[in-house]
Write a new protein. Structure first.
Length: 375
């Protein structure tokens, strides 16, 4: 599949972010905007082909960036020839784990972590680390992590690359990184601060933000899958992919009808890649005619019914992972069936509120498919 810049870029306004008041929303990424999973996987394959051509002989350790790129990073890996190890950065702290800490200065949530368990052994078995993000503007966040890895581990023989769907670095910055041993690969290059002024000129008098509360548990069906391969820790990608495909098959097997016209597969925060697999499998198996995927997110973005603006409705919810944290879901509508995929370990008020948001636009057939990591 071929993708133009217009296929991959919509501008939206960040809420209360003076450092970078706008962001690029990718309509085929499967995060903020409901997307056909085949388009998302097609985009992933297009970038994977570039990486495959560049590093035919390298054993790769791939790191995807939370939260937005966790889905596409794994999706890209699924089409890569030499992706030996895979891991996401995360914002979900787990008691007892050790992390490499770094910051993403322009983000709504600046703190990032990479679980350090297994990295030293991994580095001894790979040739290159490929950092995957949806969009790279300067590369400074990734460079912070590279510096930490270089200082912490004996990695003199390891090479580094940044791969992204969009790259808005200046040519001078790309050259500077290459001189410092960091190569940049990307699907589409866009000018630095591309169309920034267009978002600043939009009137947001018609903001559409809804806060959801739920005092009682709504109706939903529930299934649980137990599997290995938590991507917040280093995992062999082949094993992780097999577990996710087994999970997808279990979800499909739980469906109670031979055919649905419209299905939504909804992920939660960093748990995005399984939505690609389940969504594509629903279409391929003939169970669903039309499937859309997207997920909840920490990103507070202004929603408005202004013409041609990408996000027309925003729901504010408690996080399924931490009730003290706020998350958002955008552009909900009615489907014949909704499947929520999540790796949270307990169902809380955040799930109730997500179901209530879905119900508010007419969704009454909801299944929650939990993924529990086996230790």
């Amino acid at each position: 599949m071929q993708f133009s810049v217009d296929d991959l870029v919509r501008l939206a306004k960040r809420e209360n972010n003076s450092k970078r008041p706008y962001l690029y929303v990718n309509p085929v990424q499967g995060k903020h905007i409901p997307t056909d999973p085949r388009d998302t996987l097609g985009m992933c394959k297009a970038l994977a082909d570039i990486i495959n051509n560049a590093y035919k002989d390298d054993r790769l350790y791939v790191i995807g960036f939370a939260e937005t790129a966790t889905g596409i990073a794994a999706g890209i890996c699924s089409f890569m020839d030499n992706a030996v190890y895979y891991q996401n950065t995360t914002r979900e702290y787990r008691e007892g784990e050790q992390y490499l800490y770094f910051t993403e200065s322009h983000s709504h949530a600046t703190d990032q972590m990479l679980c350090s368990f297994g990295i030293e052994e991994c580095i001894g078995n790979i040739d290159r680390i490929v950092f995957i993000d949806d969009e790279v503007t300067t590369g400074s966040t990734i460079c912070k992590l590279i510096d930490i890895i270089k200082k912490r581990y004996r990695s003199d023989n390891v090479k580094y690359s940044i791969a992204s769907v969009l790259n808005s670095m200046t040519s001078e910055r790309i050259k500077e990184l290459k001189e410092n041993g960091i190569e940049c690969l990307f699907l589409s290059g866009i000018p630095h601060e591309y169309k920034k002024d267009s978002i600043m000129n939009i009137s947001f008098d018609k903001e559409r933000h809804i806060t959801i509360t739920a005092e009682s548990e709504p109706k939903y069906r529930k299934m649980t899958f137990i599997g290995r391969g938590n991507p917040r820790m280093i995992t062999k990608f082949s094993e992780y992919k097999k577990n996710i495909m087994d999970y997808a098959n279990s979800v499909i097997g739980y469906m109670d009808s031979d055919h649905f016209e419209n299905v939504l597969v909804l992920g939660t925060e960093e748990f995005m890649y399984p939505t690609f697999c389940v969504g594509e499998m629903l279409i391929r198996s003939g169970i669903a005619e039309n499937v859309r995927i997207h997920s909840t997110t920490r990103s507070p973005i202004v929603a408005s019914d202004t013409a041609d603006y990408p996000l027309y409705l925003r729901y504010q919810l408690k996080s399924l992972y931490d009730e003290r944290r706020t998350t958002f879901i955008y552009n909900l509508k009615r489907y014949d069936r909704v499947i929520i995929l999540t790796d949270t370990q307990e169902y809380n008020r955040g799930l109730w509120e997500l179901c209530r948001a879905l119900e508010s636009v007419g969704n009454n057939n909801i299944t929650v498919a939990g993924f529990v990591y086996k230790s």
